[in-house]
Design a protein around this ligand. Structure first.
Ligand SMILES: [Zn+2]
Ligand SMILES: [Zn+2]
Length: 140
């Protein structure tokens, strides 16, 4: 059976993306770097194996910290990708980049970097919350 392929793109349409197969992770990130890069108080990310994601053309890359780089559309500035240098086999795509983001498989399952969350941003769902990364301790 053929794998499901999701399509998406940046705001202006210059960069298109295709991701095949199911995502490996989905989450919200409240960290400062995601906020700065996106212009939003929180970012929803969906992770795929890097080999399952194809860009047309390749977006622009920017090293956003010692640990990771981000890709964006050089024309409209849409934030498209986060990738950790420690785990180049996976790629995080901003969920809203996809043409059909209102997809149950793309629904975030937890909140990362709650320690950085803006106080006026109210999280009311029952999803697990982590101080930082998922491998670290959870917020009570
Ligand atoms: Zn664009
Ligand atoms: Zn983040």
């Amino acid at each position: 059976m053929a794998e499901k392929t999701r399509t998406g793109g940046c705001l202006c349409g210059a960069v298109r993306i295709e991701a095949s197969g199911p995502p490996t992770r989905v989450n919200y990130c409240h960290c400062r770097t995601c906020r700065k890069a996106s212009g939003a108080p929180v970012v929803a990310w969906v992770t795929f194996p890097a080999a399952k994601v194809r860009f047309t053309p390749e977006p622009a890359w920017y090293r956003s910290s010692e640990k990771a780089e981000r890709a964006f559309c050089a024309r409209c500035g849409s934030v498209i990708v986060w990738r950790s240098f420690a785990d180049p086999e996976h790629i995080d795509v901003t969920t809203v980049t996809f043409d059909q983001p209102d997809d149950p498989e793309l629904k975030p399952v937890d909140h990362l970097w709650m320690d950085a969350k803006l106080s006026w941003f109210d999280v009311r769902d029952e999803l697990p919350r982590y101080h930082e990364f998922r491998k670290g301790p959870r917020v009570k």
